[in-house]
Ligand binder design. Structure first.
Ligand code: TYD
Length: 145
């Protein structure tokens, strides 16, 4: 995974059953990397924003397994937004992409599947640092969205 990987929505298998539906995710098969870490965000108070960072190396797939939210991505120039509201769909966020999560509906649970373990030094948490990081990249890696 590198910064030139395209952000994209991914559809996971969905086994429909009158007893309830089931979806599953295998690393390197349904997400394009071996899974090193999973975390989830829940009990988000109305109006709160999460994220607001980029990763240098870590790729993530975000899934609203319950509820819905808006994810805004920017490469430092262009912004794109996705509404996540299906339990069997994920959003692949390549490394080097600034993301914010907004407009969580009550009861939303977001699962994040990650290509790397937690490393604080992998985070860029300041938007001006992110702009400097992008400015220092080779020309062909600047615009990715
Ligand atoms: P953070 O990634 O900053 O969340 P957000 O960007 O949505 O606000 O994580 C919040 C806290 O949780 C931070 O202190 C680091 C800790 N954390 C871990 O220890 N391990 C993890 O895998 C994650 C995602 C966060």
């Amino acid at each position: 995974m590198n910064r030139l990987t395209k952000a994209a929505e991914i559809e996971f298998p969905k086994i429909c059953d009158p007893r309830g539906n089931l979806s599953f995710i295998e690393g390197s098969r349904h997400v394009p990397f071996p899974i090193k870490r999973v975390f989830y965000i829940y009990d988000v108070p109305g109006g709160e924003t999460r994220g607001a960072h980029a990763h240098r190396q870590c790729a993530e797939v975000l899934i609203a397994v319950a509820g819905s939210l808006e994810v805004r991505l920017t490469d430092g120039k262009k912004e794109v937004s996705y509404r996540l509201n299906r339990s069997n769909r994920g959003l692949l966020i390549p490394p080097g992409t600034w993301r914010t999560m907004h407009d969580f509906t009550t009861g939303t649970v977001v699962v994040a599947i990650c290509s790397r373990e937690y490393e604080e030094e992998d985070y860029i948490r300041d938007y001006e640092d992110f702009e400097r990081y992008v400015a220092a990249l080779p020309e062909d890696q600047k615009a990715i969205l």
